[in-house]
Each structure stands twice: as C-alpha cells, then as structure tokens.
Design a protein around this ligand. Structure first.
Ligand code: HXC
Length: 256
C-alpha cells in the first residue's frame, strides 16, 4: 500500500498525486519506489490508457529530499546509487502527463521532465537550485533540460539556481501549455482522456519512436520510425482506423 502517493482511477486515466505535503512533496527513496512501481504496474493494466502525475497547489515537488541526503557520505550515495531508481521512468511505456502547480524544483523539475507532456498552472515555478546546496542535478536535468531549452539558457538556470515562472517555461519549451491554476485539473483530465481514448498500440509506438530521437543518430531514428510505422499495419486498429475513414464513420478501437 503506497504511503507517499495517492492513486485514483478516473475511467481510463490513472491520477497519481504526490502526497508528502509536510515536505512540499520532497522526493525521498519511498516516493521514488512508489511512483515508479505504480507507473510500471499501470502499464500492465488494460483498463488504463494514460497516467497523470501531480502534486499539490503549492508544490509539484520541491526537489529531492534534502533531509534524507544531508547526512549521507559519498560511499553511501554511490554504494546505494541513491535516486538511481528513477531511471525506471524510462521503461514506462504508456504516456505520463505531469500536471505542475507551484514549485517544481531540482528533482521535482527533473521528474516533470521524465514525463511525456508537462502542463503548467500559472502558479508553477521551475528551477534547478542544486548549486545553492553545493551539488549539481542528479536526476537528469543537465541532460534533459539542456536538450530541451539549449545550452546557454540551461547553463544560466543551473549556475544561478534561479526559478522560472510558468510563462518562461512555456516559452522555452519545457511546459507544453500554461493554464489558470483553477483549471489545471480539468485541462489535464481532458488531455489525458483524449490520449487514453486513442488506439493503444499506436500510442505505445508513438512514445517509443519519439523517445528514440534522444538516443540515436537521425538516420537510425528515421529507420526506427519507419519500421514501427510499417509494423502498425499488423494491428487491427490500423485496419479499423483507415477503414472507418474510408467508410466515413467513427472508428471503434479494439485495443485501447
Ligand atoms: C526536504 C523540504 C524540501 C526538500 C521543502 N522542504 N523542500 N524538505 N527536502 N527539497 C520542507 C521544509 O524543510 C519545510 O519543512 C517544509 O517543506 C515547508 O518548506 P518551507 O521552506 O518552510 O516553505 P517555503 O518558505 O514556502 O519555501 C518553499 C521553497 C523552499 C522555496 C520551495 O522549501 C526550498 O527552497 N526548498 C528546497 C528546494 C531545493 O533546494 N530543491 C532542490 C533539492 S536538491 P519544516 O519541517 O521545516 O516545516 C535536488 C537534487 C536532485 O533536488 C538530484 C538528486 C541528487
């Protein structure tokens, strides 16, 4: 039974709320284990087509848990590969939307970037303040944020530790869209439901192909995409989707 998150099933959408309000959803080892295990389990759940990860109105997550880190030595951090388990997020196959209100700092911003789409409330504040603690990001920001917004902008954020507001995050491409805080939940649900209603096999192929673009040279990525595109012709939903178009009717998906 998870203690640091709340999982709700809302139709085909899994709504996961980080739930450590006393620590602004700081990410300790338990949060990491519960979030990753839950998302991987939802991959195997036929009733779910899309997950949402969110926090509270004040904080999506204010970073890795500094109290958990503070007493640790190099030998302990290295030996346990502390927070290394977040890598499991890259094995999640169904789409995950980060719905961010309030602080998304350090590891919080990094977890948002591990998701597939980031929707931001106008109260969202993103940043990588690790420099002010004498460390650097450890859950992907030097790689993911740099690829997302470019070296100069990323470097400025890393080296000053300053926060950016939702409008800046949207302008730089970190957030897909900014919505009024009071509408974040409804807007996120609308998006998640739309994705969860799509043919699942094509959804999984899409996510795999997009993520492959970060890992491969262009010609390999293009070939990977084309082979997946061709593989889609082996699915019943490809037949249904194109037949429905030709017959001028709505498709009835077999695999969602
Ligand atoms: C542990 C945290 C925390 C964190 C907040 N809290 N952030 N506990 N780890 N990252 C706790 C506070 O200690 C406090 O507990 C309670 O949450 C409320 O926080 P306040 O500071 O009182 O709130 P406020 O004044 O509103 O300030 C909000 C804030 C500030 C600006 C977000 O909390 C803050 O700067 N937090 C740290 C942000 C940060 O540096 N994050 C990066 C962490 S490093 P008590 O018990 O006192 O009420 C990181 C590295 C990732 O993420 C890579 C892995 C190595």
């Amino acid at each position: 039974m998870a203690e640091t998150i709340v999982l709700e099933r809302r139709g085909r959408v899994a709504w996961i709320t980080l739930n450590r309000p006393q620590a602004l959803n700081a990410l300790n080892e338990q949060v990491m284990l519960e979030v990753t295990a839950t998302l991987l389990e939802l991959d195997r759940d036929e009733a779910i087509g899309c997950s949402v990860l969110t926090g509270s109105a004040k904080a999506f997550a204010a970073g890795a848990d500094i109290r958990e880190m503070q007493p640790q030595s190099f030998a302990e951090m290295f030996g346990t590969d502390w927070i290394g388990g977040w890598d499991a997020m890259t094995r999640v196959r169904k789409p995950v939307i980060a719905a961010v209100a309030g602080y998304a700092l350090g590891g919080g911003c990094e977890v948002a970037m591990m998701c597939d789409i980031v929707l931001a409330a106008d109260t969202a504040k993103f940043g990588q303040p690790e420099i002010k603690l004498g460390v650097i990001p450890g859950m992907g920001a030097t790689q993911r944020l740099t690829r997302l917004i470019g070296k100069s902008r990323a470097m400025e954020l890393f080296l000053t530790g300053r926060m950016m507001d939702a409008a800046e995050a949207e302008r730089l491409g970190l957030a897909t869209r900014v919505v009024p805080a009071g509408e974040l939940e409804a807007e996120t649900m609308k998006l998640a439901e739309a994705i969860a209603a799509m043919p699942l096999q094509a959804v999984l192929m899409m996510k795999e192909a997009v993520n492959r673009s970060f890992e491969t040279p262009l010609h390999e990525g293009l070939l990977f995409e084309r082979r997946l595109f061709q593989s889609a012709f082996a699915t019943e939903d490809r037949t249904e989707g194109m037949t429905a178009f030709v017959e001028k009717r709505a498709p009835v998906w077999k695999h969602r």
